[in-house]
Design a protein around this ligand. Structure first.
Ligand code: ADE
Ligand code: ZN
Length: 325
């Protein structure tokens, strides 16, 4: 019943996409050549063959080294524009794009280079009829000091950054490690979100810290919340957004957390569907809707509710929201 045309054409907001995870093999090779960076692969087939992972850590071990090809402001601009063209084809009307400044600063690229390139792309996106914003993520496997320095840098670009997030390796890196930086970011007017990757060692405890102590507005992935009825109630009552990414999940969990997404929908929790790292997990946002809709026999109404939830839990203004809802 649900077709690819339907899931691709459905108007949607994309709230969980890492710009570094949109680096397609073609652009990776082009930038490697342009910047004289040896990535150890020289054909698209070789790049694709290097994409072997079955958990978060093994994925990140492939993902971070590849970022070496991103060197100049133009590179970040090209990366983001490539993604934005794909988003437009998926009828994404509004996108909040994650970026990882520490993954670039730690290899000698300035914050300014990264943000100038990405921000210019978000300005040019207006001509494509897509509203694009940026969310800066802290790398949770880096130190608190590094997060503090990164937030200080970000304050110089406050008008260009909509919110802060938290990503990378969750193992033994609980949200509370960054309590001070989240508090400071919130006081500075940034929106807050954070990853709680699926089936982590302390998933429920991490989600509890995010919802009850730090006070995030969304949780990225976070579908393990279904295991705790109190937290489910809290999330429903407070309209917390959960950004599930079926194709990303399918590398770790064959059922791609479809049952959990349905359960959350049933309980009135604002769960929605996104692409995470589409160049690495085999599909853009329309493909992610299609994957879960066909595997779990979703109705049209359920698919539409997922898309509505994406606008409702986005950080666009209420006036803007009214246009979509
Ligand atoms: N960085 C890029 N994708 C991520 C994910 N799914 N979880 C944690 N960090 C990430
Ligand atoms: Zn993610």
């Amino acid at each position: 019943e649900i077709t690819k045309e339907f899931t691709q054409g459905l108007p949607k907001a994309e709230l969980h996409v890492h710009i570094e995870g949109t680096l397609e093999p073609e652009l990776k090779l082009k930038l490697a050549k342009r910047n004289h960076v040896n990535i150890g692969q020289s054909t698209i087939e070789e790049v694709r063959q290097s994409y072997q992972y079955d958990d978060l850590a093994s994925f990140l071990a492939v993902y971070y080294p590849a970022m070496n090809v991103l060197q100049t402001e133009q590179d970040f601009y090209d990366l983001a524009m490539d993604y934005l063209h794909r988003a437009v084809k998926n009828n994404v009307r509004h996108v909040e794009i994650f970026f990882d400044p520490q993954a670039h600063m730690s290899r000698g690229i300035s914050f300014k280079t990264v943000i100038d390139g990405l921000y210019k792309a978000t300005v040019d996106a207006r001509a494509l009829n897509i509203d694009a914003r940026l969310i800066m993520c802290f790398l949770r496997d880096f130190s608190r000091d590094s997060a503090r320095e990164t937030l200080e840098e970000a304050l110089n670009y406050k008008d260009k950054i909509l919110g802060v997030g938290l990503d990378s390796d969750e193992h033994n890196n609980p949200p509370m490690k960054f309590f001070n930086q989240f508090t400071k970011a919130s006081a500075e007017g940034f929106h807050l979100t954070a990853h709680a990757d699926i089936d982590q060692k302390d998933s429920i405890e991490h989600i509890r810290e995010l919802l009850e102590v730090i006070g995030v507005e969304r949780v990225d992935h976070g579908t393990n919340v279904v295991e705790d009825p109190d937290l489910v109630n809290f999330a429903a009552k407070n309209k917390i957004g959960f950004t599930s990414c079926p194709l990303s999940n399918s590398f770790v969990s064959p059922e791609m957390k479809g049952k959990e997404v349905l359960e959350l929908l049933k309980k009135g929790v604002k769960v929605s569907i996104h692409s995470d790292d589409p160049a690495y997990f085999g599909g853009y946002i329309g493909d992610n809707y299609y994957a879960i809709a066909t595997k779990f026999n979703l109705t049209r109404d359920q698919v539409i509710t997922l898309a509505r939830n994406s606008f409702e839990t986005s950080w666009i203004s209420d006036e803007q929201k009214a246009l979509y809802l």
